[in-house]
Design a protein around this ligand. Structure first.
Ligand code: M6R
Length: 595
């Protein structure tokens, strides 16, 4: 949540910082701002809305500073307003701070500052930080400023990535705890940002927890927890997170939905070339009695499908739960448990806190992520990377396809280790990915979209594996179309929800499991008898009396792949017809780095 960026160099900083912020916008886009040094003083510009608004505001001014920090916000503390936008400044306007994260003890620290006469213009948790730094400053050398910063961060509880400017000092001071901060030494100057993909080419570094950095025109210096100068290891990875733009599509989401097949193929190819999957499987699943899977949102839906497959195909007991609920209903975890964490970003706070919990119980840990430099990748015993490329839209689409590829390959390998037969082959997974490309535009969906756009509520229904697909379809529809959409197991309808149905109700029913066909058809009759309408997504040739049938071509076990793509396309179309910016749905951010 929130993106931060900074530049120091010999060029005008504005284009570098704004470009970087624009690439970070998926982390939050309710307000944006910059602070820079100019004529020995600290200046600041903040606007409501996204980086385009900031660009417009910047173009009204002459800003030729070569030292700048910037921020794009997702509000946690304090409503969306200019006063709550970052950078936040000290009362004396001599320290400016951009912050990503949450300061959990800010109330106490704020009261303490207020008792000494400090006043606050925002409701943010951040505004305490520049004021504390100001109070701790004993002078303007690097050592004195770093010392003030360290004295401040020692008192902070929670998570933070911070970039700090101090007036009359042409440098950026930075530190982080439980929140990513990456640096680049490029041909144009030195930069810092919340994500690797937002940075230009050059030598890249990632800051460790409670380490510090000073960026000057001469270079970047790093310091450890004891403030000793250190050399950080250059990141030795090809940047898989480079932003490739819309590639001719009208949104990132549209482009990313279309890339689902590539995401599966690339992930399979890279898993075969590296032996990460083989090693993890042999080490973790030869003697495994229990598996615990946690994640959030779409990644959790991938996790539910993994759990279903592991139980059904491999016969291993699985517990699957929301990462945010996990600690309230902690399952039994010990050294014989394998805990699996799935996260596109690898930075989701709830998921990471579950990793920490699992480690305290000596569980063996496996992470599945799309970002090799992420915190998750560094925390788990074994990490399997999806190769979907950078996903920029808030709604996760192509990365889910890559996660499904990993899940199916993982299940296959475990079946092999356990000497069990598996219902699908590697070739089946690739065939499924190839068919996905041909599913570009499902023609009936235009007509369906025109009807559904006016609905206030929709249902996505299925049994067994289809119910898991329904969960993801409903999430996608509500998150980008703002239509309330509920996923339910079909058999549950008559235990309550059927009371809502009348001739204005619309249900999307999934029927891809042959062994559940008869029961599913009975449920469809129960729905249509109440006058409600049914849109059926199926891989079977059946004649059922419904409003629309959308055919997908796949074997039963792999059906989540094409069925979810159909629902992704429907979500996109609904958002488009309702003129919603799919890449920036209201109230959301892509990387949820606070609990
Ligand atoms: O980065 P993660 O996979 O950990 O993110 C988890 C969820 O926040 C994410 O999947 C969210 O639900 C998406 N917006 C869904 O499209």
């Amino acid at each position: 949540m929130c993106g931060i960026a900074g530049y120091v160099g010999y060029k005008v900083a504005t284009p570098f910082v704004l470009d970087c912020l624009q690439k970070l916008e998926y982390r939050g886009y309710d307000s944006a701002g910059i602070a820079f040094t100019q004529n020995d003083s600290l200046c600041r510009l903040r606007v409501l809305g996204g980086v385009d608004n900031l660009k417009r505001a910047v173009s009204q001014d002459v800003i030729d500073s070569s030292v700048m920090i910037g921020h794009t916000r997702w509000a946690t503390h304090g409503r969306v307003s200019v006063e709550n936008a970052h950078p936040q400044m000290s009362n004396h306007h001599d320290v400016a701070v951009v912050h990503n994260g949450i300061i959990e003890n800010f109330d106490n620290l704020k009261a303490e500052l207020q008792s000494t006469g400090v006043t606050f213009e925002s409701q943010t948790d951040t505004e305490i930080i520049p004021n504390m730094i100001h109070n701790n400053l004993t002078g303007y050398t690097d050592t004195q400023i770093l010392d003030a910063l360290q004295k401040t961060t020692r008192r902070l509880q929670g998570s933070f990535a911070l970039c700090v400017l101090v007036s009359k000092v042409d440098k950026i001071f930075a530190t982080a705890r439980f929140s990513p901060l990456l640096f680049v030494k490029s041909d144009y100057g030195f930069m810092v940002a919340s994500d690797l993909g937002a940075l230009p080419n050059g030598e890249k570094y990632k800051l460790l927890d409670d380490y510090f950095a000073v960026i000057s025109k001469e270079g970047i210096s790093f310091f450890d927890k004891d403030m000793q100068p250190v050399t950080l290891q250059k990141l030795d990875i090809t940047n898989t997170q480079q932003d490739e733009g819309h590639l001719g599509f009208d949104s990132y989401m549209a482009k990313e939905v279309s890339q689902g097949g590539d995401a599966i193929r690339n992930t399979c190819k890279n898993l075969i070339e590296s032996n990460a999957l083989d090693i993890a499987c042999t080490e973790l699943f030869t003697h495994t009695f229990r598996i615990v899977i946690t994640a959030c949102g779409t990644a959790l839906h991938a996790g539910r499908i993994l759990g279903y497959m592991l139980q059904k195909e491999c016969g291993i007991e699985c517990v699957i739960d929301y990462a945010s609920e996990f600690r309230y209903f902690p399952p039994h975890i010990d050294e014989e448990t394998v805990c699996i964490f799935i996260s596109q970003s690898g930075e989701t706070a709830d998921t990471l806190s579950c990793v920490e919990f699992a480690k305290t119980k000596q569980a063996r840990t496996l992470g599945i992520t799309n970002v090799p430099t992420s915190r998750l990748a560094g925390m788990v015993d074994y990490c399997i990377l999806s190769s979907a490329g950078a996903e920029r839209a808030v709604a996760s689409t192509k990365v889910l396809m890559a996660q499904l590829a990993i899940i199916y390959m993982l299940v296959q390998k475990i079946c092999k280790i356990l000497n069990k037969s598996c219902e699908f082959s590697f070739k089946d997974i690739l065939d499924c990915a190839n068919k996905l490309d041909r599913l570009k535009s499902v023609s009936k969906l235009d007509k369906i979209t025109r009807i559904l756009q006016h609905k206030q509520s929709l249902f996505v229904l299925g049994r067994g594996l289809d119910y898991l697909t329904a969960l993801e379809g409903a999430l996608k529809i509500k998150e980008v179309s703002y239509i309330h959409c509920e996923a339910l197991p079909l058999g549950e309808l008559k235990h309550g929800s059927l009371a809502l149905f009348n001739n204005d109700s619309y249900c999307i029913v999934l029927m891809t499991q042959k062994h559940l066909m008869a029961k599913t058809i009975n449920n469809i009759h129960e729905i249509t008898t109440r006058g409600a309408h049914v849109i059926l997504i199926t891989n079977m040739d059946v004649s059922v009396d419904v409003d629309y049938v959308i055919k997908i071509d796949c074997q039963d076990t792999l059906s989540p792949i094409p069925a979810i793509k159909v629902l992704q396309i429907l979500a996109l179309k609904l958002a488009k017809i309702k003129k919603i910016d799919v890449d920036k749905p209201r109230n959301l951010a892509k990387s949820v780095t606070v609990e």
